[in-house]
Each structure stands twice: as C-alpha cells, then as structure tokens.
Design a protein. Sequence first.
Lengths: 142, 142, 142, 142
Amino acid sequence: MARSDFRFFHDLRVRYSEIDGQGVVFNAHYLTYFDVAITEYFRGMAFDYSAYAKETGLDFHLVKSLVNYAKPILFDAEIQVGCRTAKIGNSSLTFILEVFEKESETIYSSGEIIWVNTDQSSHKTVRIGDNLRELIDRFEDN
Amino acid sequence: MARSDFRFFHDLRVRYSEIDGQGVVFNAHYLTYFDVAITEYFRGMAFDYSAYAKETGLDFHLVKSLVNYAKPILFDAEIQVGCRTAKIGNSSLTFILEVFEKESETIYSSGEIIWVNTDQSSHKTVRIGDNLRELIDRFEDN
Amino acid sequence: MARSDFRFFHDLRVRYSEIDGQGVVFNAHYLTYFDVAITEYFRGMAFDYSAYAKETGLDFHLVKSLVNYAKPILFDAEIQVGCRTAKIGNSSLTFILEVFEKESETIYSSGEIIWVNTDQSSHKTVRIGDNLRELIDRFEDN
Amino acid sequence: MARSDFRFFHDLRVRYSEIDGQGVVFNAHYLTYFDVAITEYFRGMAFDYSAYAKETGLDFHLVKSLVNYAKPILFDAEIQVGCRTAKIGNSSLTFILEVFEKESETIYSSGEIIWVNTDQSSHKTVRIGDNLRELIDRFEDN
C-alpha cells in the first residue's frame, strides 16, 4: 500500500525505552503504536469511545493482531502510522495499519487489527450500530 | 491445538504492569510472552543463541507476528506458553505459540512468529545451518 | 545492605524486551521488578491483597519511588530482588528493595517504595489495620 | 514548584498501554515520561547526544531516579513534563522533572534524575566538558 491509501496518520517519535539490544524497536511495541493510532483515528472522526462504552454498555475487544516487520525502526525515528478501517463486519471492525517513515513512502511495517463489539454484561458479540458505521463510512469516504 | 502438541512450555505469572484499564493483559504483552517463551525454548534445547550470533556473524530477525486473543488473561494468572517449531524453511523458522491456563487445556491465545536468519554485515538472508536444523528436529522428535 | 538483611527474595530472569540500546535493563523496568517483588512478598506472607481491597474498601497507592542504579544488568541475567518492610507508619508502608546477582552479594540496585493506605470512596488516607501490622511483624520477625 | 520554574516542557498524551488495573498510569511509566522529556530537553537546546557519544567516547549513565506521585494520571490525559538541570556537578547532571496537567498549575508528579558522565572504555567517571556546561547554562539562563 501507499500513503494515498490512508486518510489518517498519527505521528510518533520512537522512545529510547522502545529500543532493544539490537538497537531497534522491540517487536511488541508495534502493537502499542497501532493501539495509539487507532485511538487517534477515532478521535480524528470525533467518535467518543469512552462515552460510547458508558452509554451503550458495549465495548470492543481485540481478537486478532498481525504485524509484518519490513524494515527495522531506529531510536528517535519520526514515523507516521497510517490507519484505516478495511472492513465493517456484523460485529467486527478490521483495521489496516502501516508504519511509514515521515513524509516518505518507505514502509517500516504493515499490520492488521480486528476488534469485536461486545456486550459488557453478557460478553456476547453485538452488531455494530448504524451510527458508528456511518461515521466510519463518511470519514473514509466509502 | 492441545497441550499434547507441545514438548515445551514456559511458565509465567502475569505482572500487574501488564494489566490495562479493562483489567486484562494488554495485547502487546502477548508478544513479550512469546519472545520470552522462544528464548526459553532454545535454552531448553541447549542452543546458545549469543554464542551462535558471535561465532557465525548471523542473527535472526523477526519478520512476522500473529496473535489470536481467545480469552482475556487476568492479573496474577499463572499461564503456560507452549512453543514449537512448525517449519524450518531455507532461511526462516516458523514458531507456533499457545498460551494455556496452568495445568489445563483452556487456551487463552494462539499465535505465530516467523524469524529469518540474516547475515549481520550484508543484511542478506542466509540458509539455516544443519547443526541448528538437527538440534530442532531432535528436540521436536520430528 | 547484604542478603542477610532480607527474609524474602523474588527470582527473576531479565527479558529481552527489558534491554535498551545500551544493552542493559532500561531504568523504568526496575520499578516493574520492584512491583513484582512486593506482590510476591505479600504472597509469601499469605496476605491476600485482592480480598483485602474488596472486603475493606481500602487500597494502597504508591506515593514515592527511589532507585539507585549501582551496576548495569544485562540480558538474561538471573537476579534476586530482596524485599522487606522498613517502616509501618500510621497509614504508610515503606519497602526497601535490593536487586542482587543470583546467589551472590553483588548488588545491582537498591531502592525504596512507599505505599499509602487509602479509602477507595473518600480517597482519604486510613490507618493500617492491626491484622496487617501483625502479619508483617511476624513475617519480618521484628 | 510552579510552571514558571521551567523553561522547557514536553507534551505527552497518556497511552492506553500505560494504564494499569486501577485505571491510572502505572508507576514505572513515569520514568519513561522523564526519559522522553530529557531527550527532548537536549534536543531543545540543540545538543546532539548521539554525536557527543560517538565523538568523545563518553556516555551518560543514569545512577538515580526519584519519583513523587501526587495525583493519579488517567488514560488520554494531556500532560506536560517540565525539565530543567538543577545542578551540574563535576561529572554528574541532576535533572528536576515535574508532570503538569496541560496548561494548568496542577502537578501530577515531581521527580529527580541523576546522570553520570562516563568513559565508555574505562567505565570511569569523567568531568563534564565546558561546551555542555555552557550550553545548559545558556539554555537555563543561569
């Protein structure tokens, strides 16, 4: 994929605490980058996750993560994490994430995160409401 | 998969620092658990990774991680991470990992990690040597 | 201080994820080691923290941490974290922690953690009950 | 201390991965915030740490950390970490750090970090050079 496939990017700078003994970002921290990017992606479309969880009694659970590590990321690197919703299922959201070098087409990593909409009391999966579907569709200009 | 599919388990207890605001292990820490388990898996077969890297000038790079999150893991939970080599490719190793509740068939998570054998100077992929292939085959009783 | 100053040790092995670009344990992780050691220290004296919090409506808040870094800790090092209660105040507990090389008097780090007993509803500090005082005194053989 | 005691602030937003089971930032992450703030503080005064380490063969080792936790920090909070050099010793630098609520005098945390200038080969402490002393003095307007 290319930068043009994303309408949303979150900028990050690599912290020293995220570097491992090989001098590159430790593999687990990519999932933290993805998590931060999804949080900011929803903020970007003015979706208030906390209010949603409180008002509806619903919450999203992460059920799958996939990361491809294409190129090591060094300390202090300025990166941009592209995020988009690839699929809105009945109860699931599939996000595509891609870590770019700042203002460049160089790809450090690409990945996928799947969330499932869940009732906090019954722990059953629940259909994603029309409000959120429309919000995402409008933001992604689908 | 079941416990009987693994010849190696690494025991861990969930740290409070690994718990997130939902009271369960944060998704990125599963990759840390996998990383620790692979380290111990190689120790279990008496493979000296540090010596290997120094003597051969080779090193493994993680190129892919996949995690399925089946059941949330709570603070203080005693877990067992099963690890086995699913495939020895030309230059790659594919590990299957599975997080079990202690002494139980309950599965918290399953995943896959792929490593690629790389020359530290040229950064090119290199065929995995016969020594390591035999070590793994003997350990896994293939 | 020496090993003989501690009645309790928690054994840990350094994870690769805890190593930074200088090849040594990143400074923040010492606090995670201390946290794990205090959890295990209470388990060692059969104090059920979760039950305590639920039954009494009280909880401890960490209000101070101090770490002295004496000697860098390398990847895969086997360490032992000594923990003892240095002082039981009206509402506070002061823990002394010391990280030793396994079965050695070599000290990697020493530190101090202070907890304050707090009412979860009013958020006010509360006197530590006699049960917990006696439990600690007996365990420490004061 | 107050905001006016600092000439440098680094802005951060709390990540979900940094929240623990009590719904607040886990104590160890404050040291990561401090570490990031010191990195940005030096960038702010145009001190090139990497070049310094390479050219001089010197490096700084963190020898002490102290954190006071005044007020819990919640998920998504926007914070500002104030950083200043409190003392330039013969071979040591003492930093004062303070975590403020964004654009407010509310203090979440205050702390101290001590670094020692060290020769990377001999591992002996070394006097801090005049260049760096002057750079800090000018930046802090001492």
